[in-house]
Write a protein that binds this ligand. Sequence first.
Ligand code: SF4
Length: 475
Amino acid sequence: MKINYQPILPPFMNDVQDIVRAFYPYIEIDDDAPQTLSVSYSLKNCRMLVGIVFEGRTKYFSENIPSGLSEILYKKAAKKFVKTTLYLFCVKLTGKELPYGSLTGVHPLYVYRELKLNFQNPRVALERDFYVSPSRASLLREVSETQCGYFSNSDVNCDLYINVPFCPTRCSYCSFISTEVGRVKAQIPEYAAKLRKEIEETLEVIAVRGRKLRSVYVGGGTPFSLSAETLKQILEPLKGVSFTAVTRGQLKRTGEFTIEAGRPDAITREKLEAALELGVTRISVNPQTLNDATLVKIGRNHTAADFFASYALAREYPFEINVDLIAALPDETFEDFRSTVDGVIALAPDNITVHTLSIKHGSQLNLADYKKSAEGVALAQTDYAHTALNAAGYFAYYLYRQKNTADNLENVGYAKKGKECVYNIDYMEETNTVYACGAGAVTKFVFNTQNRIERVSGAKDLNTYLERPLPPKEL
Ligand code: SF4
């Protein structure tokens, strides 16, 4: 289906587009196609009016504006009215309801927390005012309750992110800047030296400004696609770095230092030893699925048996371990995903992160093949994961949504009680400044006292990173 639609009022253009895309994720928007949908908004005698023209027929919807609203609150009310009206129109048109209802283009936990300020039961308000499904409203409550007490809300605290944009092979669904490590071998020494310098400079800024470091996270990519020597060279400045304690009630966590070791085929004893020596406390071992046929299909160079072997090796060390899984992988049935979830729970890692596949521009995965397999399966798969994980003592502690995700779902981090990853909460909830080093890294300055965030992007890819001067680490 091709569609040409015209949201008349520019401030709501993106919102209208987000709702349409949520119902028709693979739609091509074509300005030259005959116009099929248009949405207009106007204000008449204190009534908000939305007109929807679809295939030549017009329908109008109206609602009174609550009296005494400031300009900001009026704009908010108008936006909500446009979105929910279009959402309900699309529900009628398609016969499909979405798990997050009319919540698009916004972090659902921000909405949950805002509702919490005004309603005793924000879960009910989410279902009533935004048409969020009962299962997702409960999930948001669970995340909000698990996170409670972790927020720093201080402009002094910070986290440090380090990007290692290399992987052993490229997954078919990948849209990151990550490059196959074998293809850029010659540039690795230069990248390692520059990244180390950036880390040193950042640690200096943190010290001079009197900031307090809550966590370090080395991600990518697959950091363990580098050799143990190179990892030590890059991360040595972090050895013995001082962290501030993160307290949550009786719980006290200090010195959270994660490496997303990543692919099971990149994990060796030598690299685990190096990580231990550097002070790493948490690693990720990511199979994504325990189904060998799927692993071949998505371009990963390892088997489920490789994952079990790497996991057993990693368990010989005192790291907290996270395991990443993906729901709605190509051709995977409910049973395939269930056996992956059950297989990973049986290992009892500290964290299990359940992603839902999102297909973005730049990935190699064939959209047509994917469409066939994903529709409708993802919801059942993620619902199963939630129930099984809760039953095994894991609770959702962070959540984020991306565009073009199967069944309009989400990515959820689960943790055993007290094993929540502070970095993931700080980063997703934007409650803490996160310094970022490396190609593709974006530093985020959070000013809690001024309710303001500023981002400073560095070089987007490896070559630009090597050519350009390092980005500033203070505003
Ligand atoms: S492991 Fe992650 S970053 Fe690397 S290719 Fe796969 S999806 Fe991309």
